[in-house]
Design a protein around this ligand. Sequence first.
Ligand SMILES: C[S@@+](CC[C@H](N)C(=O)[O-])C[C@H]1O[C@@H](n2cnc3c(N)ncnc32)[C@H](O)[C@@H]1O
Length: 139
Amino acid sequence: PLQDPLVDITTAKTLEDPWSIMLVASEQAQLMANLAKLINASKTIEIGMYTGYNTLNMALVVPESGQVVACEIDDEYVNIAEPFFKEVLWSGKVVDPAPDDLTSQALDKLNKKLHTDQRIDLSMLTVGNGLTLAIKRYR
Ligand SMILES: C[S@@+](CC[C@H](N)C(=O)[O-])C[C@H]1O[C@@H](n2cnc3c(N)ncnc32)[C@H](O)[C@@H]1O
């Protein structure tokens, strides 16, 4: 688990939300933090921030001169996350998505696109709801 009191507050606030099932799994967040540290990441981008747990997680591991960018389409979640950021500033169904499951279809499409992209090395891990790692190739 992440060692920061703000993480506990963010989690507690998120658990009040009816969509808290979207919250990143703590073991996935921990792996992301360790990977970011391993590669000395100074810039991270989170696409689909929800209430900001993993964004906060990234903010805790990048250097002070680093940059953490997060995108979230739903203002309601941005409003939940914002106070925490101000404070800190310094389910397997994707494999065969149902026709009406647009989220899983989008993830399936993205993973297929990444799979054929020669600019990256790819790992797909069965952590949480699934974690795709795309590492940029330098040659
Ligand atoms: C599974 S949650 C992400 C969990 C989050 N990373 C965390 O740390 O707990 C997916 C989020 O992506 C957001 N989302 C969906 N489509 C999006 C889009 N096109 N652009 C930005 N955010 C989007 C949803 O509103 C939702 O909050």
